[in-house]
Design a protein around this ligand. Structure first.
Ligand code: HEC
Length: 250
């Protein structure tokens, strides 16, 4: 895991890349509609730089495991939707690059640029599809930041479901994807390790309830606020289960 400062920096580059990709994509759409070759080239350059920031920082965050282990993402179906949308956005870029690259070369040689019939129209269609892909990917990221898309814990067998306490069932449904069945949060890489001693369970109930209700960001990562999904009573119940199962009397 990287230091918070470094991962914040990479995350900021990623966000700038997203903003740039959306802005220049929209700009290119306008430029294509106006059939303005210079403006198309300008938007294309901007898009290229934004893509380097977006895909570069994104892939580095992912495979560098700066904040969360790779498995944390690959188990999330919203993550795969996001990757699919970004892959489509990338593929939609191939034809425009094939067209615009020779333009750049011609301009650098001070030769006039003459789009072939149909090129601008085709690029417009592709660019019009690219924008919703990018916006969709942003929406997926917003969902993931709220913990949506994490795998449901494997359904308890009927026998254990009958004997499981409410706290245990809530834990399996709402906490286990990050904190894991053994309570160790993928060796404290995805979430707080409840079995650590000294550890988070040394804190008072009040303090832990506040973290659960409001969410918490720290050195391990971010736990989204649980209050939208669970009532205060349910959270107490779950915390009780956590203390009992993983806390060794704490
Ligand atoms: C999206 C992943 C995720 C989910 C879901 C999640 N947690 Fe967490 N949890 C974390 C992370 C990450 C931390 C550590 C935050 C930090 O770095 O301090 C944490 C920390 C905690 C802590 C310690 C808080 C503190 O004040 O130090 C408790 C207790 C806890 N989680 C309980 C739960 C319970 C109970 C649930 C289910 C109702 C749950 N968590 C669901 C990721 C998650």
């Amino acid at each position: 895991m990287a230091t918070p400062l470094f991962s914040a920096l990479i995350s900021a580059v990623h966000v700038v890349g997203i903003a740039g990709a959306v802005s220049f994509s929209a700009l290119r759409l306008v430029a294509l509609r106006r059939r303005d070759v210079d403006a198309i080239r300008f938007a294309d350059n901007g898009n290229g730089m934004a893509a380097i920031a977006l895909y570069g920082a994104g892939l580095y965050r992912l495979f560098g495991e700066l904040e969360k282990p790779l498995a944390f993402y690959t188990a999330n179906h919203v993550f795969w939707t996001k990757m699919g949308l970004l892959a489509v956005a990338f593929l939609l870029e191939l034809y425009p690059q094939y067209v615009v690259l020779p333009w750049h070369i011609r301009v650098s040689r001070k030769l006039p640029v003459e789009p072939k019939p149909g090129q601008i129209e085709r690029m417009f269609t592709l660019a019009a599809w690219q924008l919703p892909c990018l916006l969709g990917a942003i929406f997926c990221a917003a969902l993931m930041a709220r913990g949506i898309g994490l795998p449901k814990a494997p359904a308890s067998t009927e026998a254990s479901a009958a004997t499981a306490t409410a706290g245990q069932r809530l834990y399996e449904q709402h906490c286990q994807a990050c904190h894991q069945a053994d309570g160790r949060g993928l060796q404290a890489r995805a979430a707080a390790d409840f079995t650590a001693s000294p550890g988070v369970l040394d804190k008072s109930d009040d303090e832990l309830m506040r973290s659960l209700m409001q969410g918490r960001s720290g050195s391990i990562g971010t736990m989204p606020a649980m209050s939208p999904m669970l009532s205060e009573a349910q959270l107490r119940e779950t915390l009780g289960f956590v203390r009992e199962r993983f806390g060794a009397g704490r």
